[in-house]
Design a protein around this ligand. Sequence first.
Ligand SMILES: Nc1nc2c(ncn2[C@@H]2O[C@H](COP(=O)(O)OP(=O)(O)OP(=O)(O)O)[C@@H](O)[C@H]2O)c(=O)[nH]1
Ligand SMILES: [Mg+2]
Length: 441
Amino acid sequence: MFSETIVAVSTPMQEGAISIIRLSGPDAFSIVNKIFNKDLSNKPSHTITYGMIVDQDGEDVDEVLVSIFRSPRSYTMEDVIEINCHGGVFVTKTILGLCIGNGARLARPGEFTERAFLNGRIDLTQAEGINDLITATNKTDAKNAINSMKGSVTRLITPLIDDLLQIIANIEVNIDYPEYDDVDILSQEVVLPMAKSWRKRIDEIIIKAQNSMIVKDGVDTVILGKPNVGKSSLLNALLEEDKAIVTDIEGTTRDLVEGRIRLSNITLNLVDTAGIRETKDKVEQIGIAKSLDALSKAQLVIVVLDASTDLDKSDKKLLEITKDYDRIIVYNKSDIRKTDNLSISALNNDVSELIKVIEEKYEKQILASNESTLNNERQIGLAISARNSMDEVINMLEDNVELDLVTIDLQKSYNSLKEIIGETSREDLIDALFSKFCLGK
Ligand SMILES: Nc1nc2c(ncn2[C@@H]2O[C@H](COP(=O)(O)OP(=O)(O)OP(=O)(O)O)[C@@H](O)[C@H]2O)c(=O)[nH]1
Ligand SMILES: [Mg+2]
């Protein structure tokens, strides 16, 4: 537990119906008793007391409701008091000032939740869940966040941690009882299958999490095609606004034009690019370089071809450079000539076939996003490190490397997983993580 009592305004600093000033720490009661006209000392936990905040001159500051939560049954596990005052900025700041004047310290962003974590009420994934819930903008994200808050990530990871311990124990036994003739062979037989099945399980978790991240963050989608095929028209049709300039002049788009659309279940982060072709125009060349750069970062490429003319050299070249990407090939200008392929007419805002194909393409990811899984890059990154260390373990076991060395990588894998829930986290990482929270949370 901490010796300092912290205070912050937990509601936005703007005029509103009410504001909440929250204190946490050993002196919460004594501080509030000094500025409140009722004595809270003997009030039971989880009660609300009506009264008046008074300043050092005995002047009334505001009429308030004070909620009390006694340690350990509180958000931080410490004594917590919340003063609900009228939502004026001046009044709120005055009460905050009175708390500080009587011994509280202004909290850093996220410090209440950090205390809840450091005092052991929640683990790191649950803390992240709280922040995710605050920042969620749709139902899926909110549902994932609340699951994570309730410990879904911990429940996912704990069996893997337990089984890892089992593998480590098996190896330790072999090291400790070398009277077995063939220690290495024994551990190969016992440990290798366990290690392989463990690796498969974590791999499934990682893939599911990556799929669900795509749904959460949106698919980085680049629209590519030679000049004048209707890329900008397609962007505008998808966004349902005139974002990019459309003309019948080849090479209209030079800079990348970006837009974000939410289809029924998936978000696309769209980039319209300069048409790719051989050109002597310097500005257009720069635009084309940008197109190729955008391509290199794309998760999905929409290759636009012109249905009204036959494919030419530029189209074929484009199909060649995008062949290793996740791509959808679409024929535009179907109003002029219809083909048997996936076709649209961006001019007429007739792009529903394309949207259907995109939604089908991400069906698996959308399903994954509804299940509980790892929720952010930090968690996924650590799971990947754990998997990589296990790959090392498997390689070493297959090569009959000495068991002492194998244990080192098993330990690494174990530490990575423990770090997901915050049990071996470094202090600087913890600070960085909680600083992303709101003040007063
Ligand atoms: N008939 C028809 N014309 C279209 C369609 N889509 C775009 N166009 C026309 O094709 C011309 C080029 O359209 P843009 O959207 O600017 O093409 P772009 O691929 O962005 O071209 P650049 O930016 O120069 O590479 C414009 O005159 C559009 O009106 C379509 O579906 N049908
Ligand atoms: Mg364009």
